[in-house]
Write a protein that binds this ligand. Sequence first.
Ligand SMILES: Cc1ncc(COP(=O)(O)O)c(C=O)c1O
Length: 421
Amino acid sequence: MPTYTSLQASDSAVYAALVGEMKRQTDGVELIASENYISPAVLETMGTVFNNKYSEGYPGRRYYGGQEFTDIVETLAIERAKQLFHAGHANVQPHAGAPANVATYFALLEPGDTVLGMDLSHGGHLTHGHPVTYLTKIFKFVRYKMKDVETGELDYDEMRKVALAEKPKIILAGFSAYPREVNYAKMKAIADEVGAYTMADMAHIAGLIVGGVLRNPFDDGFDIITTTTHKTLRGPRGGMILARDPELGKKIDKSVFPGFQGGPIMQMIAAKAVAFGEAQKPEFKQYAQQIVKNSKHLAKFMMDHKMKLITNGTDNHLMLIDCIQSFGIPGGEVEQTLDKVGITLNKNMIPDDTRKPMDPSGVRLGTPAITTRGMMEKDMETLGTFILSAIEKRADTAALAHLKEEVVTFCRKFPVPGITG
Ligand SMILES: Cc1ncc(COP(=O)(O)O)c(C=O)c1O
């Protein structure tokens, strides 16, 4: 484990929590689909003195002096991002995925304009117009869904009907809990018919697009991609907006700064540059391929053992289990049971869930983090067996404690970058 001697000397409470977190990350199985382990180089860059610099503006056009080195790292991040996604323009300043989406809406829309996005219980994200967000006070959000939850195919006919009726300014693809590939060309054709922009929120699958295992929406003519940088892309916590057309990129830049954010977080932008450099290497392609191989293998194992997966499988890094159908208990109980044996995932709504968001019917899990640790297909069977036996023995405290020891022994075979590797 790395030593944090200055922190230890200066703040024992934070140091103790950090040591606990390093142990938790090492001894547990991380199946949260949106999480990952960054490389030691990315981790190191996040803790550098780039933190000390104010850099409002963009490379070559800043409001403060002393930018010769911040300009280098932001330009590297921009150019690498453009290459990775075949984009005409990249803005690497959004502090996270949600601000990237908000800045994009404000770049492309006027108050009162309409966005057509995925129904939230079918896998859309909060920032795609959940009533709890302020976005819904400013813009109107209308919905499409899956046509058939058994296959996961989107309902492109319904999408077209709603688009013709509602005349959205943006048609939005992108999901937090959708296990299937999207037909971007069909969405683009509908958008062209009604004169809408096409926006893909690729927060979850950016790394899989870069790795060539999923389609790049730009290849089908999409206008904008927004993403987080910390999920499958395996970079620092942050966001990014890409535009196919550099002219549209100018609107995006104005919207991010000064429209919406203040000073960029330069140590994170430097770390984005490092992560994007890593994603350009052939090893990253192999990593992305292995994420999906592992995910498909785990999905098959679970379905072979009578678990009900939404859409009956997966094309990407994530799976959604209907826990009521699979085990007769809600997602929250599955989450808590697995927590007791050191397996972390999250409760999640399933399509048209009749239960409440805090007590939904399903759980979501994914393979990006465990694949970074080096787990392969055969390990998915071990994990699947752990999951099944934890749920079977959920009332037996001693059995769960024993299982937790087995999970720890298994996990310690796989190094965690930045902690034990
Ligand atoms: C599809 C999608 N968009 C946006 C976000 C928001 O990202 P952040 O949590 O970095 O704001 C998420 C995060 O889960 C997401 O899944």
